[in-house]
Every structure is written in C-alpha cells, then in structure tokens.
Design a protein around this ligand. Structure first.
Ligand code: FMN
Length: 199
C-alpha cells in the first residue's frame, strides 16, 4: 500500500510532455476535495477555446460540482455499471453535449463529434495542468443525463469525472485491483508510421 496517489506514466522512450505522459484515468478520488469557482471556470474556458471546424463550436459543457443536487442526480441515475461505484467520489462531472443543428439545419454528426472530442481533450489537459485528474465515462445513461442537464437539440456525448486523485488506502478490493492494472496500448507500428527521412 502506498500513501501517495498512484502514478501510471506511459511506457515509452519518446520525449513526451509530462502532461501527456502522466495523464491516466484513475477511479480513486478524494471525496473531500472541492473544485473552486476559478478552477471550474478554467475548465470551461479550456473547452471554449478549443479549435473547431469553421469555428462553429458545436458544443456545450455543463460542469456540475459535488455537493449539488444535480451532481447527486447524475450519480444516482446517470451513471452505468461500475462507474456508479467510484465516480460519485469525484469533485465534478463535466457533461459534454454536441449540437445537432447549425443555423437550424442538421449538422454532419461525424464532424461534430470530432470537434467535441477535441474540446474534451483540451478540458482534460487543463485538468491535469491544475494537478487534478479526469476520467471519461461513456458508460452512462444518456437519457437520464439529458433530463438532468436539460438538453435542447443536443446529444449527450459523455461525462467526465474530475477531481483530486485519492490513495489506495481504505478502498474496496475491487477498486484497488482495477486501479493497479497495467496501462496497455497497441504496439507503435500498429498505431503510427513515420517516413524514413534522414535528419
Ligand atoms: C470516450 C471514452 C469513454 C470511456 N468510458 C469509460 C467508462 O464508462 N468507464 C470507465 O471506467 N472508463 C472509461 N473510459 C476510460 C478508458 O477505459 C481509458 O481511457 C483507457 O482504458 C485508457 O486508459 P488511460 O486513460 O488510463 O490511458 C473511457 C474513455 C473514453 C475516451
């Protein structure tokens, strides 16, 4: 057992920025930690300043902090499966919404989802830069989440649990086991190729 939060950096010999190499998706959060107004605004602004196709910004993020009735509502009815066991101990849910329409007409869904993914990644990078952690959750009940946040012509894409990472002490055996699983990836050659230009 350790008394400091678990680190699980990417296994790589490449020169990666610490924000990239150090990011991972923990499930153990310090439930006593509260996200400040200023931190919540930084997350919203990181999301807002993301690039998007034709700068159409087909997105919205609802940040719900722990201790509020809407956060509790997501915890109770918006999360699926094992997410219910750990995510309620985070300090906030960032609910990502994608616009279905642009100027009243249906949007290209693939382009929209790509843009929302970029903005989500920027929000997560900002989270890490503030010394916090984020965990994306696609395992949600989209209808319940939509009801809680009150969507209009929007798809619920995912919910991101955000907070201060906690330690392994006093956690359930299942959570401790999952937390310690090795992070794996496909082999480099399966994921990217680089031209053979000699430098
Ligand atoms: C869109 C998306 C949805 C995800 N949904 C869940 C989820 O519902 N529950 C969960 O525990 N992890 C979820 N994850 C986390 C992934 O399992 C995790 O990112 C992946 O295993 C790689 O681990 P790492 O983030 O620590 O590098 C999701 C990740 C993404 C990007």
């Amino acid at each position: 057992m350790t008394s400091s939060p678990l680190e699980k950096p990417a296994h790589t010999n490449a020169d990666l920025h610490p924000l990239v190499a150090g990011r991972w998706s923990p499930r153990i959060f310090d439930s006593s930690y509260e996200l400040t107004d200023s931190q919540a605004m930084s997350l919203g602004e990181a999301f807002r300043w993301s690039p998007s196709s034709s700068n159409q910004q087909p997105w919205h993020v609802v940040i719900l902090r722990s201790g509020t009735s809407l956060f509790d509502e997501i915890s109770e009815s918006g999360l699926g499966g094992f997410n219910q066991a750990w995510a309620p101990k985070s300090s906030a849910y960032a609910v990502l919404l994608a616009d279905q329409l642009f100027e009243g007409k249906p949007r290209n869904q693939a382009a929209t989802f790509f843009d929302v993914g970029l903005a989500a990644s920027q929000l997560v990078t900002q989270t890490e830069a503030m010394g916090l952690r984020a965990h994306y959750m696609g395992g949600i009940n989209p209808e319940a989440v939509a009801k809680t946040v009150g969507t209009k012509d929007q798809d619920v894409i995912c919910v991101i649990a955000i907070g201060k990472q906690g330690t392994l002490e006093n956690q359930s055996a299942e959570l401790v086991e999952r937390e310690q699983l090795e992070r794996t990836r496909k082999e480099p050659g399966e994921v990217y190729s680089i031209d053979s230009k000699a430098n």
